[in-house]
Design a protein. Structure first.
Length: 148
C-alpha cells in the first residue's frame, strides 16, 4: 500500500542524503569563491610570495594529515614530512640547481629516517613476532624439515 511507514522510511534517507549532498556542494562552492581569488593574487605576484603561500598551505596540509594519522593510530614523522615538502618547494625555486638540491635533500632525509628507525624504542611494525602476521607456509615447511 502506498503511504505506509515502509515507503516513508525509504524516502526519508534519500531526502537526508540529498540534503547532505547539497550542503556539501554549497560549502565547496563557497570555498572556491573565496579561495580562487586569493590563489590568483599569489600566482600574480609569483616568486617568493608564491613560495611563502605554498609553504603555508603545505604546512597546514601536513598538520591535518598528521592529526588524521594520529586518530587512525599511526605515528608519522612530522619533521621529515616538512623537510621533504620544503625540499621540493626550494628545488622549484632554483631550477638551475634543482637536481643537486633534490639529490642531497632526498639522501639526507633517507639517512635521517633510517637512523630514526634504528633508534626507536618501540617497534610498531614488528607484526610477525606479535602474531598479527602469520608465517609463510614455505617457512613453516622448512622448520618442519629441520625438525624431522
Amino acid at each position: 500500500m502506498p503511504g505506509t511507514t515502509e515507503d516513508q522510511s525509504q524516502a526519508e534517507p534519500s531526502r537526508k542524503a540529498r540534503g547532505t549532498w547539497r550542503q556539501s556542494l554549497v560549502v565547496r562552492w563557497a570555498t572556491a569563491l573565496v579561495a580562487i581569488p586569493i590563489i590568483l593574487v599569489f600566482v600574480w605576484f609569483g616568486g617568493w610570495v608564491a613560495f611563502a603561500a605554498a609553504l603555508f598551505i603545505v604546512a597546514l596540509c601536513i598538520y591535518e594529515l598528521h592529526i588524521m594519522m594520529l586518530h587512525a593510530g599511526f605515528h608519522p614523522i612530522m619533521p621529515l614530512s616538512i623537510a621533504l615538502s620544503l625540499l621540493f618547494l626550494v628545488s622549484a625555486m632554483f631550477p638551475q640547481q634543482r637536481l643537486i638540491v633534490l639529490e642531497f635533500g632526498v639522501s639526507a632525509v633517507l639517512v635521517v629516517s633510517f637512523v630514526g628507525l634504528f633508534f626507536r624504542e618501540k617497534l610498531e611494525g614488528d607484526d610477525l613476532k606479535s602474531g598479527k602476521i602469520k608465517e609463510f607456509k614455505c617457512y613453516k615447511e622448512k622448520k618442519k624439515r629441520k625438525v624431522d
